[in-house]
Design a protein around this ligand. Structure first.
Ligand code: UDP
Length: 327
């Protein structure tokens, strides 16, 4: 039985990875310090004999008994608002956390896959973004703490591969959505759906002509699973190339939820990327992978999930003074 350590396991992507590896017959060690994760995302696995949870901050030394076949490093604040609120932890989990986990991978002779991001491309001047593009990142801007931590994470991962021979994989994840996103994490989809459910106006930042390309979580997990099992070491983009402006996206959410609220405009956050679309030729070629779930289908499932949350969840707006962050 393969033994897998998943960090950020109580988060959105981490919890879906736990499900997948349990389904594949693995023993899953789920690690999270619950800063942004939520135990409810993995509570259905709590009594599974092939599952254990460890509350630990991976930025601190990690002691783990037993063998390990795979490590998937998915611990990190992942929404712009989160990393503005907890910038130091964001830097540490991407740098110190990755270093600790690479050391563990080396000691256990485990294969390690790290969650990188389209944010390594910054506000991209090449469109769509290919893996060869070096990016356009402002290291001292508000997003710098996340972007540079992730860029460092890629660098140290490649160094451990080259100098220590650790088996590593790097996935560059583009905007992903689905059940278990945190309703109030500030990201655009939960923000819009939360506003619709609370009967508030939808807040579009800037004029809404910036673009994003949204991938449904099941597609992403499949891509990651295939990447882990292939022999390609350099970064691979995983995302859905179906690009849309944020204004059109707001209109789709209005239609989906049937809300009678309107769109209001707020200032565009500093260094907000103007366009983002993955070039997925590499994933297609290497992994035989491409997304299968279109936005209409994926949004419907995600909306059902959000509708099932409690009123308490809905009212727990963590970012009351959102404008403070947006400026
Ligand atoms: N956005 C918006 N209204 C919101 C939240 C986000 O218009 O209430 C915009 C944001 O400015 C960005 C896009 O939606 O251009 C996607 O933002 P998100 O925070 O989801 O992630 P990003 O892709 O920027 O990391």
């Amino acid at each position: 039985m393969k033994r897998v350590l998943i960090t950020g396991a109580a988060g959105f992507l981490g919890s879906h990875l736990c499900d997948r590896f349990i389904k594949e017959g693995c023993y899953v060690i789920a690690m999270d310090n619950l800063i942004t994760g939520d135990l409810r995302n993995i509570e259905h696995l709590a009594n599974n004999e092939n599952f254990e949870f460890i509350n630990h901050d991976v930025s601190k030394h990690i002691d783990l008994n037993g063998e390990l076949d795979y490590i998937l490093h998915f611990a990190s604040p992942a929404s712009p608002i989160d990393y503005l609120k907890i910038p130091i932890q964001t830097l540490k989990v991407g740098s110190l956390g990755t270093h600790n986990l690479l050391g563990l991978a080396k000691a256990k002779n485990a294969k390690m896959l790290i969650a990188s991001t389209s944010e390594v491309y910054g506000d991209p001047l090449v469109h769509p973004q290919t893996e060869e593009y070096y990016g356009n990142v402002n290291p001292i801007g508000p997003r710098g703490v996340y972007d540079e931590a992730k860029r460092f994470q890629e660098a140290i991962t490649m160094a451990y591969h080259t100098y220590h021979g650790v088996e590593t994989r790097i996935v560059r994840i583009f905007n992903t959505y689905g059940p278990r996103m945190r309703l109030n994490d500030g990201r655009v989809l939960p923000a819009f759906v939360g506003q619709a459910l609370r009967g508030e106006d939808l807040t579009v930042f800037g004029e809404g002509n910036q673009t994003r390309s949204f991938c449904y979580v099941d597609d992403l997990i499949e891509g990651i699973y295939r990447l882990l099992h292939c022999d390609y070491v350099e970064p691979v983009n995983i995302g859905n190339p179906d690009e849309i402006t944020i204004l059109d996206f707001a209109k789709e959410i209005i239609k989906l939820t049937g809300t009678t609220q309107k769109i209001i405009y707020k200032d565009l956050p500093v260094n907000d990327p103007m366009q983002r679309q993955p070039n997925i030729d590499k994933a297609r070629e290497l992994l035989g992978w491409e997304p299968k779930v279109n936005r209409a289908e994926g949004l419907k499932i995600t909306y059902e999930y959000f509708k099932g949350l409690t009123q308490e969840d809905l009212n727990k707006v963590e970012h009351k003074n959102f404008d403070e962050y947006v400026k």
